[in-house]
Design a protein around this ligand. Sequence first.
Ligand SMILES: [Fe+2]
Length: 369
Amino acid sequence: MQEKKIQFMHIILIYFHYLFDIILFSVYKSAKSAAWPDYMTDNKIRLLLLESNLSDARLIREQLAGDKTFTDILFATKLSDGLEILRSQNFDAALLNLELPDSSGLKAIESLLSRKPTLPVIILAGNNEENIAMEAVRRGAQDYLIKNSASISFLPRIIRYAMERKNAERELNKSLEKLTRSLSGTVKAMAMTVEMKDPYTADHQKRGTRLAHAIAEEMRLDAKVIEGIQLASMIHDIGKISIPGEILSKPCILSSPEFNLVKTHPLVGYEILKEIEFPWPIAEIVLQHHERLDGSGYPYGLKNDEIILEAKILAVADVVEAIASHRPYRPAFGIDDAIAEISRMRGVLYDTNVVTSCISVFQDKKYLF
Ligand SMILES: [Fe+2]
């Protein structure tokens, strides 16, 4: 009986021992995750030091050696060596002297960031030059440090601040990307709504979108601008949801009052979209897609530079699609007629560069609807 009691006590002790271990491990894990943000691989900071002055490099290493947080301070005297190290290794921050033997000036910041965009870069400078410091920050550096013993003594703190700022920047970019994704999702949902109500307009918008995108790429516009053109094109005729279906699908030429009603669609589209804060001028593109260079368009009769480039591109894509495709009141004229029309009106109704790019898309790139 006594022996059984001892065995039972032994089992209970083992059980509590394991339980204690589990609790201890959980506490350690949560303390660790609270103390060290997830962008750091462990609780040590790995640093890349790009410094051609050996005595300065020694001073920096000595200063950081006193701080147990820092480990693996890799040292390179040339930018090319630093870039080579970055190819295969991860660092939490880089200290960069702008005067390296193979690189001079602020371009080194861009070289480092093009290799590792998430790397916090701190500039080490011999002189305090306010304009260079500002430009360095504009180009992506986190800080600009004048090399003297007083500032070097703050180096560990400066590096930690730079890492925190870079991490905050990364989080902000993630939020912006998320917001942009949800806004483009909103546009796609709107396009689907049009599709369900009016498949004919939806098909026209889809073909116009593909062509506007191809023209914008041919013009080598910024990716962000192209994205805005593409999204605006997807819903450029959204204002037509206010026009009765029997007018939109009428198999003959519209009467003057009917056509005047159709001409309200850019303004109706603008009213629908204007309150949404897109990172692209979606509402303005939709508003202006029937404006023409000579002022003969609608709704406002805008001229030349009063019309934004994105709307000029959409205008050409829209008219080419309209001429080339079937309409309820006439058969398709085909792409040759569409090209002839925009060529004839190049610089009169339609922007010269946009028309040239559109023709190139069809003739050189063999674009097909
Ligand atoms: Fe339209």
